[in-house]
Design a binder for this molecule. Sequence first.
Ligand code: ATP
Length: 251
Amino acid sequence: MIRLTNLTKKYGTFTAVDAIDLDVPPGELFGFLGPNGAGKTTTLRMIAGILQPTSGTIEIGGVDIVKDPITAKAKLGFIPDRPFIYEKLTGIEFLRFVAGLYGEEGPDVEHRARELLALFDLDEWRDELVESYSHGMRQKLIVSSAFVHRPQVIVVDEPHVGLDPKSIKILRDVFKEYVRRGHTIMMSTHTLETAESLCDRIAIIVNGKIAAAGTMDDLRTQSKQVGGLEEIFLKLTGENAARNLVEVLDA
Ligand code: ATP
C-alpha cells in the first residue's frame, strides 16, 4: 500500500534520507522510529506529498505521488507533527472543510464528523472556534480530520504529543481497529513501549538509512540484540555510548 523505492532527500549537500526501501502492505500498522534528526519527518512529509524527493519513488496504492499527486493524495490522511488549523473555524466546520478537500460532503460526512468528535470527547466543543481549544484538543481534532474521509492510508508523525492518557488509549484502539479493517497506518513515534505493543512491524532509521526493519524477532536478529525494543533501539542508534552522566553533572 505504501512502497518507497530508493527514496532520497537532500537539503543542499546534506543527505537527510538516504536510499530508503520500504513496503507497507494493507492491514499493517507500521512504526517508524529513530533518534532526533534521523530523517523520520522528512520521509513522512515526502510520503504525504508535501516535500519532493530528490530521487527515488513513492507509491500509495500503486500510484506514484510525484507523477499523479491528486490520485495518490486522495488515498491519504496525514497527521503532521506541527499541525495547522484555521483558528476561525469551529471543530465541526474544520472536519467538514477537510472532508470537502477530498470531495466528500453530506449526511455521511456529518455523521462521521460528529462520531469522531464524540469519540475524542470534543462533542461539547463542536461549535466552538478552534482558537479556544487547548493543545491536546487541537491534536485530537487533527487526528479526527485524518479519519473523516476514510483514507486507505494514514501517515502519522508523533501522534501522542500533547494527548492525555485516556486520549492515547482511544487513539491506540482506533489505530488498531482501522488496520484490522484492511487500512494501512505508518506512524513515527519516540514512545518505544507504544511501538512495541502496537505495531505489526517497525523500521529504525539512523542518519537517513534504515538500520533494521521487520517484526520484533526480525529486529532482534538484524541487531544481534536480545530483549525489548529499547535495547534494540539503543544498540542500533549507539546511544548507550552517551557521555558519562557523573562527568557531565560534575563539570
Ligand atoms: P525528530 O525526531 O527530532 O523530529 P526526525 O527524524 O523527524 O527528527 P527530520 O526532521 O526528518 O528528523 O530531519 C532530518 C535531518 O534533516 C536533520 O538533520 C535536520 O536538521 C535536516 N533538515 C530537516 N529539514 C531541513 C530543511 N528544511 N533544511 C535543511 N535541513 C533540514
